[in-house]
Design a binder for this molecule. Structure first.
Ligand code: IDP
Ligand code: MG
Length: 139
């Protein structure tokens, strides 16, 4: 249903630090239901496609290298007001500016290695979910 789904990734820094379980627990505790989930890895080509919207930004190369540097967890989440509520749960892009108790405040290393992704709109959530999951992999 429109407005009730978002797409997330637990990024390579958080996976390698052993924080998959902690982050999923926070996601569950905040009331999100997991509709699809997998441990996977982006090739640098696919990282480039996923983040094509940022291709003109100065950090694009660094972002693609980082996002393809190790395994990630990709997931589709469901909750009322999912996009906005999930952005609140993860906190600001730069952990220095993230509110206390948010995922990024607790687990992000830096503005670049910031532990999690969260979609910023219904349209992007649809596109991002479809990037990783076929209709047969969603519940
Ligand atoms: P968001 O993830 O909070 O939506 P965006 O501005 O969409 O932030 O940026 C996408 C991702 O690019 C960020 O999550 C972060 O990993 C990376 N990024 C954003 N700004 C910078 C920067 O100034 N330097 C390095 N990496 C950045
Ligand atoms: Mg964004």
């Amino acid at each position: 249903m429109a407005g009730n789904r978002t797409f997330t990734m637990i990024k390579p820094d958080a996976v390698s630090a052993g924080n998959i379980g902690n982050i999923l627990a926070m996601i569950n505790k905040a009331g999100f239901k997991i509709l699809a989930m997998k441990l996977t890895k982006l090739s640098s080509e696919n990282a480039g496609k996923f983040y094509a919207v940022h291709s003109s930004r100065p950090f694009y190369g660094e972002l693609c290298d980082y996002m393809s540097s190790g395994p990630i967890v990709a997931a589709i989440l469901e909750k009322e007001n999912a996009i906005e509520d999930f952005r609140k749960l993860i906190g600001a892009t730069d952990p220095i500016n993230a509110a206390e108790g948010t995922i990024r405040k607790l687990y992000a290393n830096s503005i670049a290695e910031n532990a999690v992704h969260g979609s910023d709109s219904d349209e992007n959530s649809q596109m991002e979910g479809s990037f990783f999951f076929s209709q047969f992999e969603r519940f």
